[in-house]
Ligand binder design. Sequence first.
Ligand SMILES: [Zn+2]
Length: 273
Amino acid sequence: MPLVIGICFIIQLPHTNFLISFLDVGQGDAIFIRTPDDYTILIDGGPGPMILDEIAKVMPIYTRTIDILTLTHPHADHVNGLVEIVKRYNVKRILLVGTPSQNEFYQEWLKVADMNNIEMIFASNGTDFRVGSEVFLDILWPIGNKAGVAYENLNNASLAMRVIWSDGENNVKFLLTGDAEIDEESEILNGNSTIKADVLKAGHHGSRTASSEDFLEKSDPRIVVIQSGEANSFGHPHQETLKNFLARNIQVRRNDLEGRIDFIFSRYQPPTF
Ligand SMILES: [Zn+2]
C-alpha cells in the first residue's frame, strides 16, 4: 500500500467541475488541471513563453497559485516554459524526478525555485497524492526515488502518473507519461502497476519509439491525446503510431490540428467524451 500525501490546506470555494487541459504550446507538453475544489496542477511548460498565454486562458482569474508544478523530465520542450511560471506564479510545491541535466533553463528553474523557497518533492511510485477531495495522482514512474540518478536518454526518465478524478460514483483516469519510450513503458509494466486509463497522452509526442503494443493493450484507452506542434521537424506523430491507435479504435485528439484540448467533467454526472 503506497504512502498517500493529502494536499488539502485551505478552504476553497467548490465549483464542482474537474478540468484537464492539454495546452497548445507548439512542439512540447503542457497540461493544466483544476480540481473541483479549485486546486491547480501544471504538468510541464512547453518550450517557451507560449505557456503564459495558454495558462491565462484556463486559470481562474482570481488566483495566481499553482498548488503542484510537475516536471516530467528536463528536456527543453517540457521545462523551458516553466522558468517564467516559477517567476510569475505562486508555486506551492514542485514534483519532479530530480534527474541531472545541464540544460540552462532547467538550471535556472531550479535556482528560482530555491530562491522562492518552493518545496521540492522527489517523486516515487511509493508515494501518491490526494489533491483536494476528488483528485488522486497515482505515481507510476520513477519506481523508487531516482533523484540524482543520471540517464543517457532523459525521455526514459519521465515522471509518469495516472490522474484520477472520482466523485464517489463516477471516475475518469488519465495516463500521462511525458516522453517515456518503450524502455520506460516496459519498466512500468514490469512494476505491476495498474495502468488502465480512459485517456492516454501519447508518450513522446506520438513518436514510434513510444506507445508500444503491450502498453496500449494494458492501458486500453478510449482516447489518445497527442501533444505535438503544427508542422514540427520531428515528424510527430509518426504514421505507424497513428495506425496502431486506429487499429484499436482509439479516438485520436491532436494539439497540432485542434489547438488546446479540454476535458471537463461534472460532479455526479457520468463522464461523456
Ligand atoms: Zn518532449
